[in-house]
Structure formats: structure tokens, C-alpha cells
Design a protein around this ligand. Structure first.
Ligand SMILES: C[S@@+](CC[C@H](N)C(=O)[O-])C[C@H]1O[C@@H](n2cnc3c(N)ncnc32)[C@H](O)[C@@H]1O
Length: 399
């Protein structure tokens, strides 16, 4: 039997876990500052341990019962034991403390909460016919019937998945602005997709990267722009918050100026920027994203955007035009050293850095702030009830 340990919780860490000072520092899921808890260790490390609360001995006044029956076992959410406004406060404090060396009293800080809107994408694991999510840092599958973080249109598919004969594999479901669905299945089992065909809103089914029903893409919408999104292309998971990023860009761009959009995905920000700038150059490394961006240029009847396929941090040196503003939205790993140097070499007026990882953002700001001042910080709740937060920083060239 697992050993039960009693302790009290001091504070929350970056991952939304309570910190307890046992002989080794222990990070405990589903615990809050000020609580006395009983816990079990779930993973041991050399200098710290990870654990999960098994019993609450003294509750925090901030604790609320989780509306999700799978929390905290399911690894999808980190903060379901807090009220939504408290999850926002937690994220604001987190980001402010991570970026403290770069923000000061003059920095404009704006917060965008999410609406109860739901993610537009889910990736479910299937193991031994059970469908759900893995426990945090484990391959133990927690079977689920619905996920509170996704759109209803996605949850409505879940009961059908059980009858497809998938024993082991993965199912990706995406839902667009009018709740049309794309379903991509990966498995070695013989699958019968007939039950899914009775759902009238299915736009496409893809099995092991082969389209077996209708299309391998759908169109989605942000603002008044329409975007082709192939099942394996990147598209922000929270369309409401994506719209807020659009609004930030609108107020930061200038119709007289040229923009370079690095890591441009299917071209969402580049196409939006084309309306509010003179000329846009966009670079994306993933072919599926790039091909969608060409189609998106055509569908939105945009002339002043050039999409390029390749490594943004190499190709940016080939652009033979004056760039005034760089928009960069890198993956969680942030910007490479070479990329940071190339951005500094451009010496443009403004850099708008969109980040889903404040830790790599902080690392990259150490370089960028040699030439730029952090002027505005936007904190956006792209990933509700998780520890993750999206940030947009507007960097102005120092005088
Ligand atoms: C967070 S997404 C942002 C996409 C887009 N800006 C949007 O808002 O939808 C990051 C994108 O960077 C692309 N990417 C990653 N490394 C890259 C690189 N070295 N050069 C160009 N694009 C890259 C990924 O394929 C992905 O599309």
C-alpha cells in the first residue's frame, strides 16, 4: 500500500501544484496554500518528489469542489479546485513574477479572460478500448465520457467513438466556428467508421493519415477572415482568445509599414496584418501549414502577403525589403539563439512576441531587451483551468 504522508502546503508552483517542505521539496497536485493535507508520492526524483492529495485535513477558503469528476487524476487540467477568477489571479501572479525583470511601473498590462467557450480541439488516447486522457506524467489512462474544457460539438462525438472497434490508438477531434468536425484516427486496429457517418456535421474522417470520408480539412473563421485548416495544421485552440490577439495586432500595426510574421502557421496573423500594414512577409516551416496559408491568401483575396516555406530564422535574412515590425509566435521552445541575433540585426521599430511559454519568453527577453523595451504585456487565458497562459509582449526599440 502507498505510504500516506501528512503535511501543510506553503505556496503554488508554476505548474499549479502546492509546494510542501517535506525532507525533500514535494510538489502536490490538487493542493492549495494554507491547506493541511494527506498525500501519496507519485514520482520520486533526486532532489524533489511529486505527489497527489489523498485527503484534505484543513481546506483553503479558496477551494471549490471540482465540476469535473475526473480532476485531479486526469492530467488535462491543473486548477479545477479554484474558482475561475482565482485561476486568472494565479496566472497573472505567475507571469508577473516570471517576467519581473522586464516589467516596471510604466508597463501597460492587460488581461483577457476566456469565455466559457471551449477548446476547439481534443486529442484522446485509446488504450485497451478505454478512451480518455493520461494521468499527469504517466501512461495510465483515465477514461472519460466528456471533457468540460472542450466545445459541446466535440463532446457529442465521444459516445460514438466506443463503437468504432479501436483497441489502442489516438483520436483527434477538431470543431470549427459552425461546429463542423474533423476526426483523425491513428490505430493499427481494423476500424469501422460507420457510426460516425450518422453525425451530419462531420466534414472529414482521416484514418492513419489517409482521408477515408469527405475531406482532410475544414474552414474556420476568426473575425471576418476565413481560414482553411487541414487536420494536421496548427490552429489556436481557443478561438475567442485568438480573436483577442487579432484585436491587439490591429491596434499595434500601421498601414504605412512592412511586417515580417515569423512562425506564421496557416497564415492567420499574416492575413489579418495584411489589412493593417503595407506589405507582409510570412515564414512557416511546416508544409501542411504553409500550403493552407497559400489557400488562405486566395480565399481572403489578399494581395500584399508573401508566404515562404522554411526555417524562419534562416529565411528572414533573404528578405530584401525594409521591415518595420516583426511578429513572432514561436513554439513552446521559443526562439533559437541564431533567430534572436537575426531579429536584433533587423533593428526594426517594433517586435510583437506571442508566447505560450513564459519561461522561454523570459530567456528570449534577456537578449531582445538589449535593443528593445517591454512596452505592453497582454496576458490571455488561452488554456482554461490549466497552468498555461498565453502572453503577447509589445517591444519598442530603445531610443
Ligand atoms: C504557436 S504556432 C503559431 C502559428 C500562427 N502564428 C498562429 O497564430 O496560428 C507556432 C508555429 O511555428 C512553426 N514553426 C516552428 N519552428 C519554426 C521555424 N524554425 N521556422 C518557421 N516556423 C516554425 C510551427 O510549425 C507553428 O506553425
Amino acid at each position: 500500500m502507498e505510504k500516506k504522508i501528512k503535511t501543510s502546503v506553503k505556496s503554488l508552483d508554476y505548474y499549479g501544484r502546492g509546494i510542501a517542505d517535506l525532507p525533500k521539496k514535494t510538489f502536490v497536485r490538487n493542493s492549495l496554500p494554507g491547506e493541511d493535507i494527506e498525500l501519496v508520492i507519485t514520482k520520486e526524483h533526486k532532489s524533489f518528489d511529486e505527489g497527489i492529495t489523498t485527503k484534505l485535513l484543513k481546506k483553503s477558503p479558496k477551494r471549490v469542489p471540482s465540476l469535473c469528476p475526473y480532476f485531479p487524476k486526469c492530467g488535462g487540467c491543473d486548477l479545477r479546485h479554484l474558482l475561475y477568477p482565482d485561476t486568472i489571479d494565479y496566472k497573472i501572479n505567475n507571469i508577473k513574477s516570471i517576467l519581473k525583470d522586464y516589467i516596471n511601473d510604466d508597463t501597460l498590462i492587460n488581461i483577457y479572460k476566456s469565455k466559457n467557450y471551449g477548446r476547439n480541439k481534443i486529442t484522446l488516447k485509446v488504450s485497451n478500448k478505454k478512451i480518455g486522457f493520461y494521468e499527469k506524467s504517466s501512461h495510465n489512462l483515465i477514461e472519460i465520457n466528456a471533457c468540460l474544457n472542450v466545445k459541446d460539438s466535440i463532446n457529442k462525438v465521444l459516445p460514438y467513438l466506443k463503437s468504432l472497434n479501436i483497441i489502442d490508438g489516438e483520436v483527434l477531434i477538431r470543431s470549427n466556428y459552425v461546429n463542423k468536425l474533423l476526426i483523425a484516427i491513428k490505430t493499427n486496429n481494423k476500424v469501422d467508421i460507420t457510426p460516425l457517418k450518422s453525425l451530419t456535421n462531420v466534414e472529414g474522417i482521416i484514418l492513419n493519415d489517409k482521408t477515408i470520408y469527405k475531406n482532410d480539412y475544414f474552414n474556420d473563421k476568426v473575425d471576418d477572415y476565413i481560414f482553411k485548416v487541414s487536420y494536421k495544421s496548427f490552429f489556436q485552440v481557443n478561438s475567442y482568445i485568438n480573436g483577442k490577439i487579432f484585436n491587439i495586432l490591429k491596434s499595434e500595426l500601421d498601414t504605412e509599414k512592412n511586417v515580417l510574421d515569423l512562425c506564421s502557421g496557416v497564415g492567420t496573423l499574416s492575413i489579418l496584418a495584411s489589412t493593417f500594414s503595407k506589405k507582409v512577409y510570412a515564414i512557416e516551416i511546416n508544409k501542411s501549414n504553409y500550403l493552407d496559408s497559400l489557400e488562405n491568401k486566395r480565399m481572403n483575396k489578399v494581395e500584399n502577403v508573401d508566404f515562404l516555406l522554411g526555417d524562419a530564422f534562416t529565411l528572414l535574412n533573404d528578405i530584401d525589403d525594409k521591415i518595420d515590425t516583426i511578429i513572432i509566435d514561436p513554439p513552446r521552445s521559443g526562439i533559437s539563439k541564431k533567430g534572436l541575433q537575426s531579429i536584433l540585426d533587423y533593428n526594426c521599430e517594433k517586435v510583437i512576441y506571442i508566447s505560450c511559454n513564459p519561461i522561454t519568453l523570459r530567456r528570449d527577453l534577456a537578449h531582445l531587451t538589449k535593443r528593445y523595451k517591454l512596452d505592453k504585456l497582454f496576458i490571455l487565458d488561452m488554456f482554461m483551468y490549466t497552468y498555461h497562459a498565453e502572453t503577447v509582449v509589445v517591444l519598442e526599440r530603445r531610443k
